[in-house]
Design a protein around this ligand. Structure first.
Ligand code: ADE
Length: 283
């Protein structure tokens, strides 16, 4: 933790951690490494930080121009942060989670554009594997391959991804019909498979067709997940990515993305993360 406590600005937010007796009670948790939970944008995190504030209090650590919120949610010690947008931002953030906060695993949540023919707005995709669709050092290396690592697809942790998918299925069983009626979407489906990432917001029929042609098994496109999966692979940290489909990466994508992000994304994240963390807290 030297990276955090040495030389970085730390701020103590209000809550039970301010009470020394409660702080002492936390000592029993010191050996339990936290879970890193992150999203790109605040709307994609839902009310997670408020839930942490209510349950344990929040200690906010500023590191590399980001706020890392440390506390407990649904019984699970967590470090919650925003990566911001793009692969570099995501890689920098997850690297800090690993090195400065010693997270035991990483979960990324947010929205994505649907690429697979069966993937519609309102569906949920849990990654089995992730790939950078804009990485191309050909002819020196095969298209999509990370040079010198010899890999293009990074596997999500199977157990973590299965737990996330179960949380999604439970959400749909509990609230799928009601939330479909509320948001005017069809009842959500959970898909599992390949998520692709690149430093572009894909927003044209031609663009999404080109991705489908190059990567026929891709289900969803976003801008962070594969960078997180690569860094986690390199450090041996389990990771999983869940994405709700905000648009279908075509010409309607900008409008669909904005309305989904502002009106729906937080509800989905809350519902999925609550179920996922409660189940993890009961382990
Ligand atoms: N995230 C959500 N929708 C996206 C899209 N169409 N392209 C890239 N990232 C996205």
């Amino acid at each position: 933790m030297s990276g955090v406590d040495g030389g970085e600005r730390t701020a103590q937010a209000g809550g039970p951690l301010d009470d020394p007796q409660v702080a002492n009670a936390q000592v029993t948790h010191v050996t339990q490494r936290p879970l890193g939970v992150l999203a790109a944008l605040p709307q994609e995190l839902g009310d997670l930080i408020e839930a942490m504030r209510a349950e344990s209090g929040v200690r906010t650590v500023i590191h590399g121009r980001r706020d890392y919120h440390v506390g407990t949610v649904h019984g699970v010690p967590c470090v919650v942060t925003l990566a911001r947008v793009g692969k570099v931002a995501a890689a920098a953030t997850v690297s800090a989670l690993i090195h400065a906060f010693d997270v035991e695993a990483v979960v990324f949540t947010g929205v994505a554009g649907g690429v697979g023919e069966q993937v519609r707005v309102g569906d949920i995709v849990v990654a089995n594997a992730l790939l950078q669709h804009d990485l191309d050092a050909s002819p020196l290396f095969p298209r999509f391959e990370v040079p010198l690592l010899g890999m293009s697809r990074f596997a999500a942790d199977a157990a973590l991804a299965a737990q996330l998918a179960q949380a999604c299925e439970r959400f749909i069983a509990d609230e799928g019909a009601a939330s479909a009626a509320r948001f005017g979407t069809r009842e959500a489906r959970v898909h599992r498979g390949l998520i692709i990432s690149g430093d572009q917001f894909v927003a044209s029929a031609a663009g999404v067709r080109a991705l489908r042609d190059a990567l026929p098994d891709a289900l969803a496109v976003e801008m962070e997940g594969a960078a997180i999966a690569q860094v986690c692979h390199e450090y041996g940290v389990p990771c999983a990515v869940v994405r709700t489909i905000s648009d279908t990466a075509d010409d309607h994508a900008p409008a669909s993305f904005v309305s989904f992000l502002t009106e729906i994304a937080g509800t989905y994240s809350n519902a999925i993360l609550t179920r996922f963390l409660k189940a993890r807290g009961e382990r």
